[in-house]
Design a binder for this molecule. Structure first.
Ligand code: PGA
Length: 264
């Protein structure tokens, strides 16, 4: 087993009204509060976050996107200072839906990561190949490009300092999310996921050194459910999950996280 603390984050995407979000939290937050060996977070719409973060402090709150500029003419974006003022702890970066539908690139992903880490906030950087790329045997090339271009665009040289002062919670987390597994009900097998996570960790080792590679957490995302969480979390390089559909019901997601915590 590794010394990395597992991190489970629900990605609500564009779901839930403020009332629905509150009802979810009233059940979910007390249910996971006793789990002190894992990190538990929720990534909610920016519109929901102000009504939730101070009221429900038992989980970590994430935005789904965050811009690199401090402020300015960036319609539709949110800044790190807005997140900090709202007690939000971090943000997802470059989820595949934003890569595919909103033109997110590896370069802009890196800039967003740098802004978050620079502000002392957490970033969950998402990477992953499409089905066509996997079928063409190109998944390693795709991951390598996403990682090398993304990390280069951060401009960060001293990763140890950039990851913050809490060794068990480095500010950067990676999420391996194969696009073909997201919302399809067809999760990667634990062997496929482990192979990709090990590939990412070996890239991190070559590029940033073994200490950083060992510290950074790599979540798996893509059709994680109560049925497959045990097997996925039992893999040595899988350090938690980023969960979409199965994070929308409070009882179910609390059970999923509790399962994961047992394996942590
Ligand atoms: P899913 O989504 O769990 O519904 O497949 C995962 C994600 O997009 O983060």
């Amino acid at each position: 087993m590794t010394s990395r603390r597992k991190i489970f984050v629900g990605n609500w995407k564009m779901n839930k009204t403020p009332q629905e979000a509150q009802a979810f939290c009233e059940t979910f937050v007390p249910a996971v509060n006793g789990l002190n060996n894992v990190d538990v977070g929720l990534a909610a719409s920016a519109l929901l976050l102000p009504g939730l973060t101070t009221r429900f402090r038992g989980v970590q709150w994430f935005a789904q996107n965050c811009h690199w500029a401090a402020s300015g003419a960036f319609t539709g974006e949110v800044s790190t200072s807005m997140l900090k003022a709202t007690d939000v702890g971090g943000s997802l970066v470059a989820h595949s839906e934003r890569r595919q539908m909103c033109g997110e690139t590896n370069a802009s992903a890196g800039q967003r990561v740098a802004a978050l880490l620079g502000a002392g906030l957490q970033a969950i950087l998402c990477v992953g190949e499409t089905l066509a790329e996997r079928d063409a045997g190109r998944w390693q090339d795709v991951l390598r490009t996403q990682l090398s271009e993304g990390f280069a665009a951060t401009g960060i040289k001293h990763w140890s300092a950039a990851l913050g002062s809490d060794p068990s919670r480095p500010l950067l987390t990676l999420a391996y999310e194969p696009v073909w597994a997201i919302g399809t009900g067809r999760a990667a097998t634990s062997a496929q996921a482990q192979e990709a996570h090990a590939f990412i960790r070996s890239w991190l080792k070559e590029s940033l050194g073994s200490d950083i590679a060992h510290r950074l957490r790599i979540q798996y995302g893509g059709s994680v459910t109560l049925q497959n969480v045990d097997e996925l979390m039992g893999m040595p390089d899988i350090d938690g999950a980023l969960v979409g559909g199965a994070s929308l019901k409070a009882d179910d997601f609390a059970q999923l996280v509790a399962r994961g915590a047992r394996i942590a």
